[in-house]
Design a protein around this ligand. Structure first.
Ligand SMILES: Cc1cc2nc3c(=O)[nH]c(=O)nc-3n(C[C@H](O)[C@H](O)[C@H](O)COP(=O)(O)O)c2cc1C
Length: 285
């Protein structure tokens, strides 16, 4: 990476093994390999005498601040979760192993390459433990687009129907949504419902992008569905599913209306809300 991206000659580089140390005189650096968070050669550096762990990208946050340390906790938590969602979530399995490996390291400060440092390491380590280990929450995300409001009306109806059934739900109009906010909520969501009109035979381009991104981020989702409106024919549902083929989810019955939603459409949306509420029962406790 250093050779390819920074043009540093290979002869100036010393390769270190996992847990190898380098003495700087009165300070000792210990290198801890942590590959794939999120580059193949990611490595943490532990300054033994000060107990400072420089974690490279791990535990970073998307936060530009002049604060050296994470003092505004709520703000930092949100920025770190967003960073995790956008960059780290696909590597959750590896991060779980790296967290175990750090169990025997006595850390006083965590200093990532992005965002502020942590004087209270458990704040960010516990957050990561929760994100990588815990099951998803009772939360449904509905990313959608709508040109003439038919799909939007179906989304509004489904949001209300899920709320009545004690299922937490968050719709995202993907034509205006900050995708980082959508990614952030994917960390916790159990179900995603892609809502789209049929456009040029397939899903709306914003929903195509969302479906692709959702699969690429490899969240903990357990269930998925598609809803929407079409004019005459198309493959919106099939295309969303194929874009998400790598997601390990159970697909619930789709609901599609020809044109504006009808009484029959709302009945089918109630059935979808019932199905989701039933699947979420174990997550409501
Ligand atoms: C640019 C454009 C392309 C469309 N292409 C298709 C299509 O390929 N197949 C289809 O069944 N309907 C197509 N439609 C019709 C829409 O799917 C239909 O009007 C639908 O009800 C729109 O849903 P909305 O109100 O949520 O935007 C198209 C509409 C537009 C504006």
């Amino acid at each position: 990476m250093i050779v390819d991206h920074l043009g540093i000659p290979a002869e100036r580089i010393k390769t270190v093994e996992d847990r190898e140390t380098v003495s700087l005189g009165d300070r000792t650096l210990e290198f801890i390999h942590a590959p794939w968070v999120h580059w193949p050669e990611t490595m943490l550096t532990y300054l033994r005498e000060e107990k400072i762990l420089f974690t490279c990208d791990l535990f970073g946050s998307h936060l530009a601040t002049s604060d050296l340390y994470a003092t505004e906790r709520a703000r930092v938590y949100e920025a770190a979760k967003r960073y995790y969602a956008e960059i780290m979530m696909p590597f959750a399995g590896l991060i779980r192993k790296h967290l175990e490996k750090l169990g025997d390291v006595d850390i006083s400060v965590i200093a990532p390459s992005h965002g502020p440092a942590y004087k209270d390491p458990s704040f960010i380590v516990d957050a990561y433990r929760h994100w990588v280990n815990d099951p998803p929450s009772n939360l449904v995300l509905i990313p959608y687009a709508s040109m003439h409001t038919s799909t939007a009306r179906m989304v509004d109806y489904l949001v209300a129907a899920l709320g009545e059934r004690q299922v937490a739900v968050q719709p995202f109009n993907m034509t205006v949504t900050d995708v980082g906010q959508y990614a952030l909520r994917l960390v916790d969501a159990a179900t995603v419902v892609f809502a789209t009109p049929t456009v040029l035979v397939g899903p709306h381009p914003s929903v195509v992008f969302t479906a692709y991104l959702t699969a690429a981020l490899r969240p903990k989702l357990q269930y998925a569905a598609t809803i929407g409106s079409f004019g005459w024919a198309g493959k919106a549902q099939e295309t969303v599913r194929s874009l998400c083929s790598s997601l390990q989810v159970e697909w619930l019955d789709p609901v599609f209306a020809r044109g504006a939603p009808t009484a029959e459409t709302y009945k089918a949306l109630n059935a979808l809300a019932d199905a989701i509420a039933k699947k979420h029962e174990p997550l409501m406790k």
